[in-house]
Design a binder for this molecule. Sequence first.
Ligand code: FPP
Length: 228
Amino acid sequence: MISQTLPEHIAIIMDGNGRWAKERGLKRTAGHEQGAKVVRDITEHCAKIGIDYLTLYAFSTENWNRPKLEVEFLMKLLERYLQNEKEIYLKNNIRFKAIGDLSKFSLSLQKIINEVQTQTTACTAMTQILALNYGSRDEITRAVNKVIATNKQITQENIEANLDTAGIPDVDLLIRTSGEVRISNFLLWQSAYAEMFFTNTYWPEFHPNELDDIISDFGKRQRRFGGV
Ligand code: FPP
């Protein structure tokens, strides 16, 4: 489908699971369940068309404020998703990486995250990055504290080298689904020059064809990075 410039790094704020479910008379959790299926479809599609990095906002530092049962459901869903996904990552040669403060998760979730990261470390087709208990302000604060702890100067390079995304190129294309037009504390540093796309589609209905259209549009944008 696409012949023009491909973004190297796509980041997505997956939003609208709850509204999608509500409009169908379903529980919010059904929206998350369907959302997880879309995570797989979009990940496989990105790997197929040659995207190098795909970062997905799966759980924010603020999401702990949701009802306890919903948080518990999301934790279980993540664990189940990673268990099931192991084979699929390997089959598609996809490397898995998590960013965020993982120390707040249960030991069993931390274990499966580490396991899948280790098992897929040699995969080269694409890197899928899940942002888990992630918030940009938290990430930048942790990074600055790491720089201070090593007695180094606070420079952009030193901060960048201590972000969870160290070694990963900046975001080229940032997408948010569900009609909300905000960034919600996601990859603030890394998206400094990202092209942004907002779609009304709820995440559980987001389809690879729509992603192709957005990528096509991205190819037509002129990126000046502050120049002329
Ligand atoms: C936003 O929808 C979505 C989330 C807070 C979590 C994203 C989770 C998934 C896509 C499913 C699980 C992910 C993986 C990787 C298995 P919302 O609940 O805020 O929707 P609403 O704004 O309509 O209420």
